[in-house]
Design a protein around this ligand. Structure first.
Ligand code: ADP
Ligand code: MG
Length: 300
C-alpha cells in the first residue's frame, strides 16, 4: 500500500474510535490468523458481582463479609470490588458496620492468586485454590466440590480462609459481553481462529468459552505466561493479535504481532498496545482487521 493509502486508512480508523499506532500495526493486522482474547473485562463485561455464598463456619453472612471485605478493600482487582460492593449492601441491609480500614493491616495482593491481610488480629486469605495450597490451608472436600459446582455454572469461585480455616466460598459472576459470540463466529468466517486466555481457573474459563463459541482455552495463566503462550503460537506459524484490557495483559500485548487494547482498559495496556479500541466494542477487532485487509490486499 502507498503511504497515502495507509494515512487514509488510519484516518478512517480514528474516525471510528480505532487508534492505529503507525503503518506497521496497520500492515500486521491483515496477516492475523489467530486472535487471543483475555477473558475478564475483554470478553466479559468486567463488572463482576457476587451471586452466591457457601458459609463453612458458624459465622453469619454479615460477619463473614465484614471480615472478607476488610481484607479485600485495598485490592484493585475487579473480584475484590465485587466482594466489597456486596458486603456494603449487606451491611446497609442489616445495619451492621463493616469493619473499618483501621482494623486491617499487613495487606498484600498476590497477583493471580488473591490477597492476604490481618483483620482484627486474624490472618485472612481470599483467593483461589492455588493460594490456599501455597499457603498450606487445608481445603475440605465439601469446599472443593462447592467450588467445582460454581465453576460449572461459569462462576468464579473464591475461597476465604480465616486463621488457616476455610470460612466460606463466594460465587462471582461476570457475564459475557452480548456481542462476544457474534464476533467469534465472524472471525471464523474470516478464517481467523479465537483463543481465550485467562488467569481464572479452567472450569470457569471453559464454561465461558463454550458460551462464546471459543474452542481453545488457556487458563490459570499469569501475566508472563500469557506472553509466553502468544510467542508459542507465533512459533507454530500463526500471526497473533492479542486483545486485552488489564495490566496483566501488557506483556502479551507487546509480544503479539498486533496488540489491541480495549478502550476501557488500564493506561498500561493502552500504552503497550499497537491498536486502541476506544469505544470498548469487541466488534472493532473485526473492523480493524478488515480495514487493514482492505488497505493491504488492494494495492500490493
Ligand atoms: P484475569 O486474567 O482473569 O484478569 P487475574 O490474573 O487477575 O485474572 O486473577 C486470576 C485469579 O486470581 C482470579 O480468578 C482469582 O481466583 C484470583 N485473584 C486475584 N486477585 C484476587 C482478589 N483480589 N481476590 C480474590 N481472588 C483473586
Ligand atoms: Mg482482563
Amino acid at each position: 500500500a502507498t503511504p497515502t493509502a495507509v494515512m487514509v486508512a488510519t484516518g478512517i480508523g480514528a474516525a471510528q474510535g480505532i487508534l492505529i499506532k503507525g503503518g506497521h500495526a496497520l500492515e500486521s493486522a491483515h496477516k492475523v490468523t489467530c486472535v487471543v482474547f483475555d477473558k475478564t473485562g475483554t470478553l466479559t463485561v468486567g463488572e463482576p458481582v457476587v451471586v452466591g455464598t457457601k458459609l463453612l463456619s458458624s459465622m453469619t453472612l454479615p460477619e463473614f463479609y465484614s471480615i472478607v471485605a476488610a481484607a479485600e478493600v485495598n485490592s484493585e482487582h475487579p473480584l475484590a470490588r465485587a466482594v466489597c460492593n456486596y458486603a456494603k449492601t449487606l451491611a446497609d441491609e442489616t445495619e451492621t458496620v463493616v469493619n473499618g480500614l483501621s482494623e486491617t493491616r499487613d495487606f498484600r495482593a498476590i497477583p493471580g492468586l488473591g490477597v492476604v491481610a490481618i483483620v482484627l488480629g486474624k490472618k485472612v486469605l481470599v483467593g483461589n485454590l492455588k493460594l490456599m495450597m501455597e499457603t498450606g490451608v487445608v481445603v475440605p472436600q465439601a469446599a472443593v466440590e462447592q467450588l467445582r459446582d460454581f465453576e460449572q455454572m461459569a462462576r468464579t469461585g473464591i475461597i476465604a480462609a480465616i486463621d488457616e480455616e476455610v470460612a466460606g466460598i463466594i460465587a462471582i459472576s461476570d457475564p459475557l459481553k452480548p456481542k462476544a459470540g457474534t464476533v467469534i463466529s465472524i472471525l471464523k468466517t474470516m478464517g481467523i481462529c479465537s483463543i481465550m486466555i485467562t488467569g481464572d481457573n479452567l472450569g470457569t474459563a471453559n464454561a465461558i468459552a463454550k458460551e462464546a463459541g471459543i474452542e481453545r482455552v488457556i487458563a490459570e495463566a499469569q501475566p508472563q505466561v500469557k506472553a509466553e503462550k502468544v510467542k508459542e503460537l507465533q512459533m507454530s506459524g500463526m500471526t497473533v493479535a492479542m486483545v486485552g484490557d488489564g495490566i496483566n495483559d501488557s506483556p502479551a500485548l507487546v509480544a503479539a504481532d498486533v496488540g489491541m487494547a480495549i478502550g476501557a482498559g488500564t493506561d498500561i495496556a493502552i500504552e503497550a498496545a499497537d491498536v486502541v479500541l476506544m469505544k470498548n466494542n469487541l466488534e472493532d477487532v473485526i473492523t480493524a482487521i478488515d480495514l487493514s485487509r482492505r488497505t493491504f490486499f488492494r494495492i500490493k
